[in-house]
Design a protein around this ligand. Structure first.
Ligand code: URA
Length: 435
């Protein structure tokens, strides 16, 4: 079947047989199908969706496009967490060392920023010297030695997802349930985990903004996990406002350090602790979610999570003094406080628009292979429901130039609605979905 016919059939709502889709995907992986043809196919999937057989084929081809890591030498139940992506979502940076400090091995492979959302890899790369591109042998050895690794999905792991992920990032083809579910699950199945906790974001800053779609995404990923013999639990968490105060790579690392020291924004801590509790139950280190919450809170407060992060940064060549002095992170030349144009209440935050503004500032990529500005971003000090005086600071913009900061100020002023009405908010940690 020619690539043209594959794209056309999908575009017109038809189903591709497993062998037909496999040949198309493998052709792309091997270079006989062009980027523009794959982009057209992805756009067709975006509009038409995928059948169960097509989805299973896509997961299988992505999973086996590289190596499936074997962590059987690492004792214990290996549990990872993956987020469907959000604005200010730096949970992984706190959660992985926290759960590992409590005895559950956490082999965490993460991605770069996608669309308007940030990526754990871009954030961690702002730590001087920190290497995320570990080879699989090094990854396995580190897991055996300290029980935690925070790495980029290595080129050996699901390389087809790596290419599709980067292509989707710049072609408007992210917000698709089968594409997100297969992307996340193929990587997770390849990294050697036994169980997985999914942080499924819901609200305007999530890829699946509405509840029903977020639930469908969760169920799709759980079903893929089950079909491959893994236990998967999902929590819906709020993305109708940014998580924490910091948005932007180095700024988010700084905020994560505060959380690892037992402080940081309360919403970041609450989501992290809730997800940690699920991981501790799956990993056999807590009998109930309530026990897990108590263990996780204690390990943030008494420094065990921080010390595990130190071990991870040291193991991966980073400068661990960032945990004592975050000022060694890249700092923006221009830092501008922006103020509320009126008195009132923060009624709503257009979280997606805030994420897009961060990308425009340089915290994310507009084209394949673009370089990000590690120091760019915002520190927003307000949340929906807060009462605001006229000219009260709403946050600080960190930018490379005055012009970029001015543009961001306009974006943010439009994205944060100050009014007289009530603010409605989604529950920070919502529904638990197990199947
Ligand atoms: N995270 C991923 O790994 N892939 C997606 O498609 C979306 C979020």
């Amino acid at each position: 079947m020619t690539p043209y016919e594959v794209i056309r059939r999908k575009r017109d709502g038809g189903e591709l047989r497993s062998d037909e889709l496999r040949a198309f995907l493998e052709g792309y992986a091997q270079g006989s199908i062009e980027e523009y043809q794959m982009a057209a196919y992805l756009m067709a999937v975006f509009f038409v969706g995928m059948t169960e057989v097509e989805l299973a084929t896509l997961v299988d081809v992505m999973l086996h496009s590289g190596v499936v890591a074997d962590l059987s030498n690492v004792p214990g139940i290996k549990v990872d967490k993956h987020s469907t992506g959000g604005v200010g979502d730096k949970v992984s940076l706190v959660l992985a060392p926290l759960v590992a400090a409590l005895g559950v091995p956490v082999p965490m492979m993460s991605g770069r920023g996608l669309g308007h959302t940030g990526g754990t890899v871009d954030k961690l790369e702002t730590i001087p010297g920190f290497r995320l591109e570990l080879g699989l042998d090094e990854y396995r050895a580190q897991m055996e030695r300290i029980g935690c690794a925070l790495i980029a999905a290595s080129p050996e792991i699901a390389p087809l997802d790596r290419r599709l992920y980067a292509l989707r990032d710049v072609t408007g083809t992210i917000e698709s349930i089968p594409l997100i579910a297969s992307s996340i699950m193929s990587k997770k199945l390849a990294e050697g985990i036994d169980a997985l906790v999914l942080d499924v974001k819901v609200g305007g800053g999530a890829f699946m903004a509405d509840d029903a779609k977020a639930r469908e995404l969760a169920r799709t990923m759980i079903a893929i996990g089950r079909a491959h013999g893994r236990t998967v639990v999902a929590r819906l968490t709020a993305m109708d406002r940014p998580l924490g105060f910091a948005i932007g790579n180095a700024l988010e690392v700084e905020e994560s350090v505060a959380a690892l020291q037992g402080g940081g924004p309360p919403d970041l801590r609450a989501v992290t602790v809730a997800l940690a509790a699920e991981m501790l139950v799956l990993g056999g280190r807590a009998d109930t979610v309530e026990d897990g919450i108590a263990h996780a809170s204690a390990a943030l407060d008494d420094g065990r999570a921080l010390e595990m992060m130190r071990a991870v940064i040291n193991a991966q060549g980073g400068n661990a003094s960032v945990l004592d002095d975050p000022a060694i992170l890249p700092q923006a030349d221009v830092q501008v406080v922006f103020e509320s144009p009126r008195a009132g209440r923060v009624v709503a935050m257009d979280t997606r628009a805030i994420g897009v503004a961060a990308v425009e500032l340089g915290a994310g990529r507009a084209t394949l292979g673009a370089r990000i500005d590690p120091s760019a971003g915002f520190h927003l000090t307000v949340k929906p429901g807060d009462t605001i005086e006229r000219n009260q600071p709403l946050g600080t913009i960190h930018a490379r130039t005055e012009a970029l900061a001015q543009h961001a100020r306009e974006r943010l002023t439009a994205a944060i609605t100050i009014g007289d009405g009530r603010a409605t908010q989604l529950p920070l940690v919502g529904e638990r979905i197990t199947g």
